[in-house]
Design a protein around this ligand. Structure first.
Ligand code: ADP
Length: 460
């Protein structure tokens, strides 16, 4: 069912409920006030009887007054006088046709000097009766019964009910129609957004959903969807760039390999020449293997772990990285040393983290000329274990500070030196840090060289 229909149905049902409650309350109040009016007029008649002095035996004065007050017909039907024992007083000039019932409860109350209101059915119509004892000198001298038919009050109530029965459905119907129109108008932008979103495919993710500028919920939804599209667009673009870079990275050694083999096959060669071709081919194959392995590492590093990770100490990993750095630095003239190391434990994969640290140390040694130093430190700060590799090497220009973390990015200095890197080392290290809830950044330090820092949350 469409939201518009659902909203209208809910709205109409709630309105109907509210009107039904209000209708029945107002009906009850009207009924109560009509009864109050009736009882008050019965009391007035009773008061007239009370105030009219007449002697015990002769009621003719009183009868004349009441006949004039109520009209002869009402008087005959709805006024009755009894003596204190509950016997009806004889009527002047003629006895009455049908008597109102005089209930035992009303008689008992009257004897005790208490008035009684009752609603009874008399001659097939409902009648409200008031029975009042007239007390003189603390003695009940007479009992008056005054009645009034409920026909008029019932007529008013019936008409009110009929009005409610017609007006409430009419009101609800009109409100539902209005609600349906308003809901349609309010939801029209959603339809437009749906159509716009449907038009956007993976190929044209640069398109955006039109905003209304109303700064309401729907505008915010359009803004959120546009933000998501921008991120998707960027992710797709990165993916395309990555595929192109990866293909390029694989094609260079493959072309060299092919060229070498073709040249070797063009004429017959001496065993020594074949050996040289094979040796150079092996280098290209090694490079291909390195790229393939790094690509595999990069894709694995980004996958979050399925099981909770074990607690590991970072100190042994730092020492391993130091050992590797020292080995690599033999013959380069650079000096690799260990700075302050504070014990710190984190939750993670020691293999992956060791790899990230090694990548940083390898780079530092690679880009630090003879006489330079590479220093490894481990400290703790603000709940983070901070591993830093500081070198005094060629350094990195501020403009390249973020770019170097992208896959296959190698700076000109690195290319010129033919250091043989794949350009994936920093991307892998950063992925590993991120997968551990940490970060890898290039810190700005005074002086020459660069300082790469991995921060990881300490295990609780
Ligand atoms: P590579 O395999 O080329 O080392 P990386 O992703 O590890 O790839 O590094 C990307 C680039 O960042 C390198 O080619 C190099 O230009 C630069 N770089 C990395 N580490 C350093 C460093 N310690 N000093 C100077 N330049 C660096």
């Amino acid at each position: 069912m469409r939201i518009r229909t659902r909203l209208t149905l809910w709205y109409s049902a709630i309105l109907l409920g509210i009107l039904a409650v209000i209708g029945s309350l107002s009906y009850s109040v009207l009924r109560w006030s009509l009864m109050q009016d009736l009882d008050a007029s019965l009391m007035t008649v009773a008061q007239v009887v009370h105030d009219t002095r007449s002697d015990d035996t002769d009621d003719s004065d009183l009868e004349t007054i009441l006949r004039n007050l109520l009209g002869p017909e009402s008087y005959d039907r709805f006024v009755q006088l009894f003596d204190p024992d509950g016997r009806p007083r004889p009527r002047v000039p003629q006895p009455r046709a049908s008597m109102l019932p005089f209930s035992a409860q009303a008689q008992a109350n009257a004897r005790r000097g208490i008035k009684t209101f009752e609603t009874i059915t008399h001659d097939r119509e409902q009648v409200r009766i008031l029975t009042v004892p007239i007390v003189e000198d603390k003695r009940v001298v007479r009992i008056v019964q005054v009645g009034s038919p409920l026909t008029r009050a019932q007529g008013v109530l019936r008409r009110y009910l009929e009005t409610l029965v017609v007006l409430i459905p009419l009101g609800v119907g009109l409100a539902a129609a209005g609600g349906y129109l308003i809901a349609g108008k309010a939801l029209r932008p959603v339809d437009e957004m749906t159509a716009a979103a449907r038009r956007i495919t993976a190929e044209d993710l640069h398109q955006r959903i039109g905003r209304l500028g109303t700064r309401d919920e729907l505008d915010r939804l359009a803004e959120t969807l546009n933000g998501m599209l921008a991120r998707l667009d960027e992710a797709f673009r990165q993916m395309r760039r990555f595929s192109a870079d990866a293909a390029h990275e694989l094609r260079t050694p493959l072309t060299a390999l092919k060229g070498g083999i073709e040249v070797a096959l063009r004429a017959s060669r001496t065993p020594e020449e074949y050996r040289q071709v094979l040796a150079s081919s092996l280098e290209d194959v090694d490079r291909l293997i390195r790229v393939a392995e790094d690509l595999l590492l990069l894709s694995r590093a980004a996958v979050p772990p399925e099981m909770p990770r074990p607690r590991i100490e970072l100190e042994p990993l730092v020492l391993e990285a130091l050992e590797l750095g020292t080995r690599l630095a033999q013959g380069t003239g650079a000096h690799v040393k260990l700075g302050p190391v504070a014990p710190a434990a984190i939750r993670g994969d020691s293999g992956a983290l060791g790899r990230a640290m090694r990548n940083l140390v390898e780079n530092a040694v690679k880009y630090t000329p003879a006489g330079g130093t590479v220093e490894l430190t481990l400290r703790t700060a603000d709940g983070q274990a901070v591993f830093a590799v500081q070198d005094t090497g060629i350094g990195i220009a501020p403009a390249d500070a973020e770019r170097i973390f992208e896959p296959f990015v190698r700076l000109d200095a690195a290319r010129a030196r033919e250091t043989g890197g794949t350009g994936l080392g920093l991307a892998i290290a950063r992925s590993i840090a991120l997968a551990h809830g940490g970060t890898l950044t290039l810190e700005r330090e005074p002086g020459p060289g660069s300082c790469f820092v991995i921060s990881l949350p300490i295990a609780s």
